[in-house]
Design a protein around this ligand. Structure first.
Ligand code: PMP
Length: 430
């Protein structure tokens, strides 16, 4: 049956549509951190960072159904839910950050596009500085700042002139291998900003994730984000934090990724877990920056910030608190990271376990000294894990990192099972 479904899919879909496995499971339903296929087989879902609360959360399903019966869509006239949801989102921002204004859209890509427009409108400048190896979306502007060769192989040649790509502060490989302090990365960023200034292309904004998602969940070096924000602001630019993946408690110790670094951005993009599967995205910024959009015409989204998305968004926020998910991400994430790191003692292929909370990356290499990526091995390990009942995929432009970002309701028992299963697969030899 799944072979038929695969053939059907390949007839009607574009070749660029990612298929993930040689034999993808045909998924029919989900429950908490499990997915169930059409044969009734259950998998532990280690990749779904959209269903942050877990699949099929009753609170969200009930809120959506109730609102659809009452009034599915209104994003034009006054309604209380929009103000209530926006105030709840703002209350999650750090005190004194000046982040007091919300614009709601439908996806992370749209949020990144909007953030770029806001920064350009507010500064009267055009250049956006993005880090190498980043993913920020697929729409025209978010794709232009998507610098990962894996996600956008053509981007290096065709990138619009308003994008400047700064080197990625990854201490595990590349230019900065072995650099644990932020000094050299920041000197290079300063040089980039000065060069842009000299060329008359001064930075409107610096855009990055607080943990380098597409590089494999790599944590930023201590002091990097604070130093980068300071330099960008001194050069008259704004700072955009893309919290589409790392926000909403996923990192465990803090609700937002940027809070780990003790900084507050000027513009924050949010999406993925906001609707637990229902499409919601947004931008949070200050009124001063948001008001600059008036120079660009009116802002309107047919479904962004509708009654329905606000009701769903409120249910998600309530459920996050009720289910204590940020704390679970911290506790279970630490347990999982310990277990995965211990695998490295036995298996030299496990070079580093990146990340924090339930946002981890297991970097697989053929040789720890050269860090030669074990890409084919990583793909085979994912196939084998699927056979054994765990859904996990690879990331990074070298495709050698197992990305671990399950629903935040993951249990200790399932975390232990995944570690044991990966240990078993690694022992099978690669
Ligand atoms: N920013 C980041 C950091 C992301 O990871 C993603 C999605 N993977 C996006 C933006 C784009 O979000 P969406 O897929 O909802 O358009």
């Amino acid at each position: 049956e799944s072979a038929d479904e695969l053939a059907r899919r390949e007839r009607i879909f574009a070749a660029a549509q990612e298929r993930y496995y040689a034999h993808p499971p045909q998924i029919e339903r989900g429950w908490r951190h499990h997915l169930v296929d059409t044969t009734g087989r259950a998998y532990i879902d280690m990749v779904n960072n959209v269903a942050g609360l877990g699949h099929g959360h009753p609170r969200v399903a009930e809120a959506a159904a109730r609102q659809l019966r009452t009034l599915g869509t209104n994003s034009r006239f006054l309604f209380r839910d929009l103000a209530e949801y926006s105030e709840r989102l703002l209350a999650l921002m750090p005190q004194g950050s000046g982040l007091d204004t919300v614009l709601l859209v439908n996806s992370g890509s749209e949020a990144v596009d909007l953030a770029i427009r806001l920064a350009q409108a507010a500064t009267g400048r055009r250049t956006i500085v993005a880090l190498r190896e980043a993913y920020h979306g697929w729409t025209m502007a978010s794709d232009a700042v998507t610098t990962s060769a894996y996600d956008n192989p053509f981007a290096l040649e065709t990138r619009p002139d308003w994008v400047h790509v700064a080197d990625v502060p990854n201490r595990y490989r590349g230019t900065y291998r072995g650099d644990d302090t932020a000094g050299r990365y920041l000197d290079d960023l300063s040089a980039d900003l000065a060069a842009l200034d000299r060329d008359g292309r001064d930075a409107a904004a610096f855009l990055c994730e607080s943990v380098l998602g597409n590089a494999g969940g790599v944590l930023l070096p201590e002091g990097y984000l604070a130093g980068a924000y300071e330099r960008v602001r001194a050069a008259g630019g704004l700072c955009i934090a893309d919290e589409v993946q790392v926000g909403f408690g996923r990192l465990g110790s803090t609700f937002w990724g940027f809070e780990r670094a003790g900084v507050a951005p000027d513009i924050v993009t949010i999406a993925k877990p906001m609707g637990n599967g229902f499409p919601i995205g947004g931008v949070i910024t200050s009124k001063r920056i948001a008001d600059a959009l008036a120079t660009q015409g009116q802002f309107f989204s047919s479904a962004g910030g509708s009654t329905l998305s606000c009701r769903v968004g409120l249910a998600v926020l309530d459920a996050m608190v009720e289910d204590d998910l940020q704390r679970n991400a911290e506790n279970i994430g630490a347990r999982l990271a310990d277990g995965l790191r211990a695998l490295g003692d036995e298996h030299p292929m496990v070079a580093v376990v990146h990340g924090a909370g339930l946002y981890l990356g297991v970097e697989l290499v053929r040789d720890r000294a050269t860090m030669e990526p074990a890409d084919a091995e990583a793909a085979a390990i994912c196939e084998r894990m699927r056979e054994l009942g765990v859904v996990v995929l690879t990331t990074s432009e070298r495709s050698n990192v197992l990305k671990i970002k399950p629903p935040l309701c993951l249990t200790a028992q399932s975390a232990d099972q995944v570690v044991a299963m990966l240990g078993r697969v690694l022992r099978e030899g690669w």
